[in-house]
Write a protein that binds this ligand. Structure first.
Ligand code: DC
Length: 262
């Protein structure tokens, strides 16, 4: 056997050995991860994910809830539900007496659907009606009314009674669940948030990217300057900037944070 053949055989053996060791290491890492995710599954934590529009909260919350076998609650949908009912009843966004009466008769709940979670309002499925730009802006306006926030505060806390939930919203960690086990605040640059939202809705709307960005800026302004429960990170929230990270990357960071602390 020539010298070079011996050298080649030797390096093949070394490479095999390294591969075997690295596979063993990645097998170990896989098992460790599996066990710690199972541990979190069993702990039934309350996890909150707040942040501005388009930061990727919905995608991330869904994946995280799925990985942990937790329920996922989209609290923005509840504000949208109130907005839809208010518009259908001909109320203006600041008609507090009208809104109070409306809320006192409103029964909203989530039900698992074939593909996704459905929102029922007084037993009617309104899931597909609450994503228009009119509802989006009206929801932001009614979310500043104390009467609406009070009504939804109780409803959201009721939904959290059965643990093991990922709550997505604006004030989940700061107001609704101040004692949540883990709080995240997801942010991203305005440009990236507008682009994500535009890609999400472009098949359903005639809005241009510039218009979507303008709406997002207006909504940021409304949501963060209102007196009651303004959009801001809870003091103990972990802030993640998702501008340059994929949804899966964000979830991985969240999971390793949760694993380290729970
Ligand atoms: O997340 P979204 O776009 O579906 O939310 C619609 C509006 O509801 C948003 O502009 C602000 C309001 N909202 C809120 O005030 N508090 C929450 N926890 C969730 C949403």
């Amino acid at each position: 056997m020539s010298c070079s053949a011996v050298a080649a055989a030797f390096s093949a053996v070394v490479a095999q050995g390294l591969l075997w060791r690295s596979r063993r290491r990645s097998r170990r890492a896989f098992v460790a991860r599996y066990l710690s995710v199972t541990k979190i599954q069993l702990k039934r934590l309350i996890i909150t994910i707040d942040g501005p529009a388009g930061a990727g909260k919905t995608t991330v919350s869904r994946i995280l809830a799925d990985r942990l076998g937790y329920r996922y609650i989209d609290t923005g949908a509840l504000y949208r539900g109130v907005a839809l009912e208010a518009i259908s009843s001909g109320l203006s966004h600041d008609d507090d007496m009208g809104l109070e009466k409306l809320c006192s008769k409103l029964k909203m709940k989530f039900m698992p659907g074939e593909k996704d979670l459905r929102l029922l309002s007084n037993d009617s499925d309104i899931t597909d009606q609450i994503r228009t730009s009119e509802i989006t802006m009206f929801a932001s306006a009614v979310s500043a009314r104390p009467v609406v926030r009070r009504f939804l505060l109780d409803l959201q806390r009721d939904m959290g009674r059965e643990k093991g939930v990922v709550f997505e919203g604006r004030d989940m960690g700061s107001v609704v669940f101040p004692d949540a086990d883990v709080k995240f605040y997801l942010d991203a640059s305005c440009k990236v948030r507008a682009l994500r939202r535009y890609k999400e809705i472009r098949s359903k709307t005639s809005q241009t990217l510039e218009e979507v960005e303008k709406d997002i800026k207006r909504r940021d302004e409304n949501d963060s300057t209102r007196d009651l429960a303004p959009l801001k990170p809870a003091e103990d929230a972990i802030i993640i900037d998702s501008t340059d990270i994929s949804a899966k990357g964000v979830v991985d960071r969240m999971l390793s944070y949760i694993e380290n602390r729970h």
